[in-house]
Design a protein around this ligand. Structure first.
Ligand SMILES: Nc1ncnc2c1ncn2[C@@H]1O[C@H](COP(=O)(O)OP(=O)(O)O)[C@@H](O)[C@H]1O
Ligand SMILES: [Mg+2]
Ligand SMILES: [Zn+2]
Length: 266
């Protein structure tokens, strides 16, 4: 995305509306000045990127700075640290993150917090998509009465500098679901793009959770056992994810459950 389309504030006392400011720099022992983007430019750019990122309203409050990791939340300290590291190292380090954990542990909060930091401080273009929503939009594009084509839905997903794909695996797997998720992940992998993924499913191969417990996994027990990421997106895409993302396991009590009885309203 063109960074120059962000409008600097014309009344800015620092840059007078140019969007650039001079800062001192020392090079080879000589004191020089160099031009850098003015803060007003970064603010305007951040606001524009935020408006285009499609973050659902219910996650408006999510920031890295208000993600708790002390007291009852101490199990989340390493996940919070991984998020801050990721932001700091991006884009030099461009591998994504795979946030894994049970419902309510704060996966989406952390992913949205990262997006905001990248947009505001790194000028990165980010896009949020719920996995179910995305697959529904693609499926909907096949309807002949709908004007949008499949490619029109997919192109922004392919092109996003940083994509957050929330709740990976939350759609019942079919051949079509597997083909579609492969198309998306392989395209972003080939283009070396950064993808941040959240999932409630354990990072294990098909039949993995069951195989972990006992050695005699049988297809008959398939319905009863806990499904894994391998079951939901296929083993090939699960191992592709390992090449694209660093894995961050999140554990802890369900924040929503805990606050439901108190003053927390979802
Ligand atoms: N460590 C945390 N600090 C602050 N708020 C949290 C934390 N974990 C979860 N929440 C809040 O709890 C709610 C559920 O978190 P969410 O990120 O939606 O969970 P998940 O995506 O893992 O299901 C959100 O409103 C979120 O802001
Ligand atoms: Mg979530
Ligand atoms: Zn300025």
């Amino acid at each position: 995305m063109e960074q120059t389309t962000a409008q600097p504030e014309t009344e800015c006392p620092v840059c007078g509306g140019s969007g650039w400011k001079m800062v001192p720099e020392e090079r080879e022992g000589r004191r020089l000045e160099k031009a850098v983007r003015c803060d007003c430019f970064k603010r305007a750019q951040g606001a524009r990127l935020l408006a285009q990122a499609r973050i659902p309203k219910r996650y408006d409050h999510c920031e890295l700075s208000n993600f708790e990791s002390e007291g009852t939340f101490r199990a989340l300290a390493s996940a919070r640290l991984a998020a801050y590291r990721f932001v700091e190292d991006y884009p030099v380090e461009s591998a994504g993150l795979l946030l894994i954990g049970p419902i309510g542990v704060g996966k989406t909060h952390l992913a949205v917090g990262i997006m905001k930091e990248l947009m505001l401080h790194k000028g990165s273009q980010c896009l949020f998509y719920d996995y179910r929503e995305l697959l529904k939009e693609i499926q909907n594009s096949y309807n002949s009465s709908v004007q949008t084509t499949e490619m029109q839905v997919l192109q922004p997903i392919f092109d996003a500098e940083v994509l957050v794909l929330d709740e990976l695996g939350a759609v019942k797997p079919t051949e079509w679901v597997w083909d579609t998720v492969s198309h998306i992940l392989n395209t972003r992998y080939n283009d070396k793009r950064t993808t941040i993924i959240t999932t409630n499913y354990k990072d294990l191969p098909p039949g993995g959770a069951d195989a972990e417990r006992s050695n005699n996994y049988s297809p008959a027990s398939r319905a009863a056992r806990e499904e894994t990421l391998g079951d939901r997106i296929g083993e090939r895409m699960r191992s592709r994810l390992h090449e694209m993302c660093r894995i961050v396991k999140m554990e802890g009590d369900d924040f929503r459950m805990k606050y439901k009885s108190a003053n927390y309203h979802q």
